[in-house]
Design a binder for this molecule. Sequence first.
Ligand SMILES: O=C(O)CCC(=O)C(=O)O
Length: 305
Amino acid sequence: MSFRRKLVYTGRHFTPTWRYLFNLRSTLRYRRDREQPKGEAARIVSDLNRDGIAASHIDKLPEMWELYESLKDSVDQMEGEWEERISAARRETEGGEIGAKTFLLRLLGDNPRLDPESIYARIALHPLTLQIANEYFGMYTQLRYYNIWHTMTTRGPARESQLWHYDREDHLILKLFIYLSDVDESAGPFTYAPGTHRKGHVKSKPDSFEEKGVERWTDDQMAGLVAADKWITATGRTGTILFADTRGFHKGGLARGKDRLLYTCLYTSPSSQAPELFIRPEKITGSMDKSGKFALAPPSKGLFG
Ligand SMILES: O=C(O)CCC(=O)C(=O)O
């Protein structure tokens, strides 16, 4: 890495420069417009700030009931239409190249077309989900992808994101997961080491190993950093809503007994290097509030995003 790239990388990951150099505009605008979250949303933000993860349930967020019902209907229909493809993918789950994540099927494809009117975008851009994301970041955030994940059962050893790791695309990285199936221990629940996010109190990194050039941690290595009885294993019934800052240590998707179905989307700061995983239409149309427009603005290319 050249000296200049190293400097920019450090700036993007050092809180003051990340906020006041790379994301100044979205920080100041958010501070001017901010409305304090209340009730369940405030509780979610507070848990996120402390632990890096917060769980809720759709039953507690009535503002989102209608969208959630539409989401379930769309995904049920898709699962029906995809039956043969799911069976074919199931035969390929074991082995395969590291990186191919053969245990995971993305029902919207790897790069869905960004459609702000689709149920998948409307969930991510809902004023409540965006309020939680923006309040956690303290700035207007951007949406980088959404998808439906069908995680299939596997028998082989844990690999890729089934092993402990952390994401690196930004200083804070917020993922929303909405469970569309009951997720118990046998369905590969998302698992998190609380306090390991950038706002958290755990600042060190245990010894790691490499999986095809990517840094990973075994359970034993992770237990050396955060005791195993403190890990948050996000089991939950259908309708469970999970927000997690995946800059903290996490793993998931090691389903031994039954499949897992969920909706997910990703929010980052405008200056994040995370690639957008959807294909943008030439013009973005649709009725969106200010947070929604910010969330769909093209990623910032330089400073002061
Ligand atoms: O499938 C899971 O639960 C883990 C997901 C994960 O590692 C991620 O979204 O970064």
